[in-house]
Design a protein around this ligand. Sequence first.
Ligand code: FES
Ligand SMILES: [Fe+2]
Length: 328
Amino acid sequence: MSLTTAPVDLYTDPEVFAGERKAIFATSWLFLGLESDLTRPGDYLADTLADFPVVVVRDAAGQLRGFHNVCRHRAGPLVGDGKGRCDREFVCRYHAWRYGFDGALTATGDFPPPPTDPTSQYDLFPIRVETWRGFVFVNQDPSAQPLIDALRPLEQRFAAHRTPPARVQHSHAIACNWKVYVENLLDGYHLEGVHPVLAARAGDQRHDITVEGGVAFCDHHGDEQGFWAWIWPNLGIYLHHGVLLIERVRPESATRMRSEHIYLHQPEDPGVDVAMEAAERIFDEDAWVCERVQRNLAAGVFHEGVLSPGHDGAVAWFQARVAEALSE
Ligand code: FES
Ligand SMILES: [Fe+2]
């Protein structure tokens, strides 16, 4: 039996996107960056994830602390996006209110102290931070399961593999809904149509996608070192001949997103250029088809399609999970 696809407005409607921010991105573990950017006290990483401005800082005791990058005075930014360093405290960029790395408001300049003491009423909004194998994740939901529970299926695949230290990073704008892109990644059916070179190399090899918990996997049979995994809701991890590619899907609106790639490799590994070239070609092919799918969804002629029972299991899983999140 075939399943019908999710309704078209899920891919075009700004109100659906607003709902997804709250129901999906505010409750899931989201990849923020690499712990190697946060080695010393005062080092921070700030970013805007699904329109939520967040910052993670290493405090004097060596702990990572996470906050919304939003001052309690009049919503100014504590720091600019990117990596950087603060000396002992955050000083708001707007009117210089000061906060400790524990989020406590410590000084309000010549502003009278807030009338309702304790001042903790105006402390920074905290968020959760956890790390896994050198990757920093944040979660706005205080009751979310621990990160390791979300990643357990992946932990088993990774086994003794170490995260390589060197990196190359870039990002690409794609004019499609983030779910069009994710569904394309979870779709093993398009190999021949979209990636002829890859399909020729794969020959008869099957690329079956299996789902365990919140992680979808494709094990590359015949290449014991390779696999890719997709971690709900927006992160890909691909391991191929020792090069680790982290792909983050950054939703920006109902119809725009960015795909950000971080290639982690051993220094001096000559294989990284080859791996990158191959991955970027595949990426361009995927981006091309996703932009056309988005255009066709928005054209008003297509209302409901079907999922192939043999090929689209992971796509059905993803669509069901989105529907479940939006219905809560
Ligand atoms: S908004 Fe931060 S000090 Fe005014
Ligand atoms: Fe693809």
